[in-house]
Design a protein around this ligand. Structure first.
Ligand code: NAP
Length: 286
């Protein structure tokens, strides 16, 4: 059984980015810039934003943090997004969700310039992904595919089952798995809370992706022998963090599996930096 070490792979990706930025700096190019907007005091969001700032710093990416009070109006937020869209030092704009009550996150996400939408949430980038055009891909699903690529686990021609149909994970993951290519070209089934006989569908998977948000929901009887299992779930329980997969029982029968923590989680920030680098490259012309 291969334990997919997301922590190590994410570090590798981040180090590659750091080297690229350092070399560009030596050639006189400006550093990439990522603007992060945090509204309100949500403790989990504060931790996420801090981690993103630290990751930027380590990679040589300038982080422009905008911490706004929970009382910020929609108009103020829209003005800030417009200013960041126009700021040439800013290659990527990240709006930390969820927003406090009273603020319309859809309106804000639509206002972000799609060319700076490094989270890949803007409908233009979602459309680009589903029509096969270049654009920004949502970081967590992109991280899942990067794990497979770096572990030489191609999906071409194989059966993939994605449990979860959210806009940020399940749907873009399904689009990526359908794309032509060695790490696409899968026959994809997407499941959700209305799927009948979920266990039987999951058992058909050569590649099983769990993005449900329920601790240890995927049990050993739902997994085919020798399947590759990618656990996107992050659940806080009394015993600490756990995924959507019953790791202890499932890991003994599979070909490869991601742990939680230390699997998909660290890849999300790594892919955010990668998207920022991609945007910056387009802007500085390298
Ligand atoms: P979400 O928006 O709540 O979506 C959950 C999906 O699971 C929905 O499509 C839902 O179906 C489906 N589902 C719920 N109960 C089910 C059941 N009993 N049987 C089958 N399907 C069921 O969650 P999300 O944002 O995609 O996140 C999923 C998990 O990934 C969470 O644990 C989250 O914390 C984690 N996550 C991790 C990262 C990371 O960086 N690693 C990033 C994002 C999310 P319906 O559509 O029918 O309701």
């Amino acid at each position: 059984m291969l334990l997919i070490d997301g922590k190590k792979i994410a570090q590798d990706v981040r180090e590659e980015i750091r080297i690229e930025v350092e070399e560009a700096g030596a050639r006189g190019l400006r550093a990439p810039g990522l603007a992060v907007i945090l509204v309100g005091e949500d403790p989990a969001s504060q931790v996420y934003v801090r981690n993103k700032e630290r990751a930027c710093q380590q990679a040589g990416i300038i982080s422009f943090a905008h911490r706004l009070s929970a009382g910020t109006s929609q108009a103020e937020l829209m003005d800030l997004i417009a200013a960041l869209n126009a700021d040439d030092r800013v290659d990527g704009i990240l709006l930390q969700l969820p927003l406090p009550k009273g603020l319309d996150s859809d309106r804000c996400l639509l206002a972000i310039d799609p060319a700076k939408d490094v989270d890949g949430f803007h409908p233009e980038n979602v459309g680009r992904l589903s029509t096969g055009l270049p654009g920004f891909v949502s970081c967590t699903p992109a991280g899942c595919i990067e794990l497979l690529r770096r572990c030489n686990l191609p999906t071409r021609g194989r059966r993939a089952v994605v449990v979860g149909r959210s806009n940020i994970v399940g749907k873009p993951l399904a689009s990526l798995l359908m794309r032509p290519g060695e790490y696409g070209d899968a026959t994809v089934t997407v499941c959700h809370s209305r799927t009948q006989d979920l266990a039987a569908v999951c058992r058909e998977a050569d590649f099983l992706f769990a993005a449900i948000g329920r601790p240890r929901f995927i049990t050993a009887d739902m997994v085919k022998e020798d399947a590759v299992v990618i656990d996107v779930g992050i659940n806080r329980t009394d015993e600490g963090l756990c995924g959507d997969v019953d790791f202890a029982a499932v890991s003994s029968k599979v070909r490869a599996i991601t742990p939680v923590p230390g699997g998909v989680g660290p890849m999300t920030i790594a892919m955010l930096l990668k998207n920022t680098l991609q945007s910056w490259k387009g802007r500085v012309g390298c």
